[in-house]
Design a binder for this molecule. Structure first.
Ligand SMILES: [Zn+2]
Ligand SMILES: [Zn+2]
Length: 163
């Protein structure tokens, strides 16, 4: 990752615009039923990003609380006008955002580094052989590059949420 790289994105109508400082910590493609139903698509591609590295350029996405089976909060932040989902906050952590990667202007430059919840993947989507896929989830300690784990840990510590 080059620290000075930045990537802009936004909602469909252009009201909400944001800029990522650097590449996401990790990009994953989720095939779970929640993602499918909430997006109306076959999957959602999320990039985990420290909240402080996400700069709002214009507009303000509004959080919409999703009911979850676990009871753990999941807020999807959407443009108040066109309702495009631009990022999610799983667990109301605040310090971490799950950027909807396809809202980036250069969306096609971020292939998923893992596929999760493939047990509910639609059967007609074939996954590339070089992208690791998991029936449910994976162990980040095993899968993530060291740099990703370091960034996560640093952001967690800085947030004061570390146990
Ligand atoms: Zn919009
Ligand atoms: Zn999902």
């Amino acid at each position: 990752m080059t620290e000075d790289e930045s990537f802009e994105g936004g909602c469909f109508c252009g009201h909400v615009r944001y800029r990522l400082q650097g590449r996401p910590i990790f990009v994953q493609c989720c095939h779970c039923r929640d993602c499918q139903r909430q997006s109306g698509g076959a999957f959602v591609i999320n990039g985990m990003m420290e909240a402080e590295r996400v700069e709002t350029l214009s507009g303000e996405a509004v959080g919409v609380s999703m009911p979850t089976d676990s009871g753990r909060p999941h807020d999807i932040h959407r443009c108040p006008h066109c309702q495009t989902a631009v990022w999610s906050d799983y667990g109301r952590r605040g310090w971490l955002r799950f950027i909807r990667m396809l809202t980036l202007d250069r969306a096609h430059e971020f292939p998923p580094q893992a596929h999760i919840f493939t047990r509910t993947k639609v059967p007609w989507v074939a996954l590339p052989a070089d992208q690791p896929a998991f029936e449910i989830y994976y162990d980040p300690k095993v899968l993530w590059p060291e740099q990703a784990r370091t960034r996560w840990q640093e952001a967690l510590t800085k947030s004061g949420a570390a146990r």
